[in-house]
Design a protein. Structure first.
Lengths: 112, 110
């Protein structure tokens, strides 16, 4: 079955630590996105990528980094510079600009 | 600045009690409006895309409509399994950047 796989489902970060969230898709989609979801707020865009080896900052990119070395994979690193990382992180992909985005089941990140 | 506002924030319905959710938007050059359903601890599940004013889409007990300023998601004779948070999003650029509303949490009681 085609879809988007995010791992791990739960992740804990210690002070000063960088952590990486995985996102893999087998939908053959060109575009991929990372969002952050906080209680009572809409999804906020962190980074997006339209093509391999290219990505752009979204609305809240500070403290995060990404890479896009393969079409199928778009990992997100939450760096120690992100002072409030506790949130639900969602990865999405789409075939094109005005087509629906399809989502993984998210990673919940908490601070130890 | 593009904005998407959903109302109400929360809605409690009895089984069979029909209602509507609202998504109002301010965006220049709308390319698409999207409705999603999100269950607790899960990613959003795509429901509908609407591209132009007057368009309607229907799926089981859900019907989405679009005007130039807002969209409605009508839930007809809801069942407890329709309980979820419903999200609305719009896009106005070719990069596929979406702007999401904060969602409406719907609880349907038997």
């Amino acid at each position: 079955d085609g879809g988007i796989t995010q791992s791990p489902k739960y992740l804990f970060r210690k002070e000063g630590q960088n952590v990486t969230l995985s996102c893999e898709q087998n939908l053959n989609h060109d575009a991929m996105y990372w969002y952050r979801q906080d209680p009572g707020q809409g999804l906020r865009l962190i980074y997006y990528s339209q093509i391999v080896n290219d990505f752009q900052k979204g609305d809240i990119a500070e403290g995060y980094s990404v890479s896009r070395e393969k079409k199928e994979s778009f990992p997100l690193t939450v760096t120690s510079a992100q002072k409030n990382p506790t949130a639900f992180y969602l990865c999405a992909s789409t075939i094109g600009g005005d087509q629906p985005q399809h989502f993984g089941d998210g990673t919940r990140l908490s601070i130890l | 600045e593009d904005q998407v506002t959903q109302s109400p924030e929360a809605l409690r319905l009895q089984e069979g009690e029909s209602s509507s959710l609202n998504c109002s938007y301010t965006v220049s050059g709308l390319r698409g409006l999207f409705w999603y359903r999100q269950d607790p601890g899960k990613g959003p599940e795509f429901l509908f895309t609407l591209y132009s004013a007057g368009e309607e889409k229907e799926k089981e007990r859900l019907k989405a409509t679009l005007t130039k300023k807002e969209s409605f998601l009508h839930i007809t004779a809801p069942k407890p399994e329709d309980s979820a948070t419903y999200l609305c999003a719009v896009t106005a650029d070719s990069w596929g950047k979406f702007q999401f509303g904060a969602g409406t949490q719907v609880v349907v009681t038997p």
